[in-house]
Design a protein around this ligand. Structure first.
Ligand SMILES: Cc1cc2nc3c(=O)[nH]c(=O)nc-3n(C[C@H](O)[C@H](O)[C@H](O)COP(=O)(O)O)c2cc1C
Length: 337
């Protein structure tokens, strides 16, 4: 590991340790963790680390395709710099893509070795790398050429959880800065509970093979308190990664997870509308329909808002959403905030 590698992640881990807790990360999520939603979550309750959506390395370095992925790596001025998550199966492209990242402001790169999607697997990438561990090692070595600290996010195995005993050592031998384990196999997708019972064995393996590598666990951890409880049961966990929990509750990282008012939730929705317009106008075209998944997130738990939620589902633009919020008396004017 380079000195730089130690510095970036160790600073994050040490700051959390000094507060007697693991560090918290918002999981990389395709079509979710763009600059818009990351900034909304920062407002609701900040994790220590953010990740971008996964971005294809070969597209990043292809003269024509690079424009199609640039929105994924966009970071707003003043926004906390996320970790760039990239995926691919060509070490030469991984090296070239990783080398672009420092000039874009990135301080760390994460390699996706867990995606279960059929198209990604057909490209011999994502979780398919579990079946090709030497290629996985070459990819890590390629990413290190950037000089950035390299981390890996993967699953326990492709078919069976017990594969972690042979698979994870390949990664740990590469001395990565962080190993994030989504505690399920590719085959299990998200259909079975995460295998927390394997955490202690993974930690012991890390202590034996790569004591400098930080271990971050992921899967079914719904909020900060659940993460603290899990870390208390398994001393040695360095980081907790939360994905869908944030889609259930935008305050998942906030020490005060519950008890937020409808007005506070609507303020988050309004921020998201404004940021959507900003990014749509300046960075990359955004699909309005994709915004609708968030309406239920912000209005969940407010029974009296069910009519409003229905009305929002029938809107066609951010301005129509603001008009509905205004008609419901939830905002004082229809302009962007
Ligand atoms: C909508 C969605 C998109 C995702 N996209 C990515 C991705 O781009 N990269 C990645 O490594 N994992 C991705 N994942 C997996 C999550 O990062 C995480 O590993 C998984 O959801 C399990 O954690 P959770 O139970 O906290 O949600 C995605 C998950 C969801 C639900």
């Amino acid at each position: 590991m380079t000195i730089q590698a130690n510095t970036y992640w160790q600073t994050i881990a040490n700051r959390a340790r000094m507060q007697g807790r693991p560090f918290f990360s918002m999981a990389p999520m395709e079509a979710v963790t763009d600059t818009i939603f990351r900034r909304v979550v920062a407002q609701a309750g900040q994790p220590d680390v953010y990740y971008t959506e996964f971005t294809n390395a070969s597209s990043m370095v292809h003269p024509k395709a690079k424009f199609s992925v640039q929105g994924r790596l966009a970071v707003a001025p003043g926004e906390q710099q996320p970790v760039a998550q990239i995926w691919g199966s060509r070490p030469v492209d991984i090296a070239a893509a990783s080398r672009l990242l420092p000039a874009m402001g990135y301080e760390a790169v994460d390699i996706n070795m867990g995606c279960p999607d059929g198209t990604v697997i057909k490209n011999s990438a994502g979780s398919d790398l579990i079946r090709h561990p030497y290629l996985a090692q070459d990819i890590i070595a390629a990413a290190k050429q950037s000089g950035l600290p390299v981390s890996v996010k993967t699953r326990l195995g492709f078919y069976k959880p017990a594969e972690f005993r042979t698979w994870l050592p390949y990664i740990l031998q590469q001395d990565v800065a962080v190993l994030t384990v989504h505690l399920r196999t590719r085959k299990e997708m998200s259909k079975v509970p995460a295998h927390y019972e394997l955490i202690d064995e993974i930690l012991a393996m890390r202590d034996r093979l790569a004591p400098n590598t930080l271990i971050q666990v992921n899967g079914d951890i719904k909020d900060r308190q659940a993460g603290l409880d899990l870390a208390a049961k398994h001393p040695g966990i360095d980081g907790i990664m939360i994905g869908r929990g944030v889609l259930e509750n935008p305050y998942a990282f906030n020490p005060q997870t519950d008890g937020h008012s409808l007005a506070e939730s609507v303020a988050l929705l309004r921020l998201q509308l404004d940021l959507f317009d900003e990014v749509n106008a300046t960075v990359t075209p955004k699909n309005f329909e994709a915004l609708k998944r968030y309406f239920k997130i912000y209005l969940r738990g407010f029974a009296h808002a069910s009519n409003l939620r229905q009305a929002l589902m029938e809107t066609h633009s951010t301005q129509e959403v603001r008009e509905q919020l205004w008609q419901s008396g939830l905002i004082k004017n229809q302009r962007s905030a």
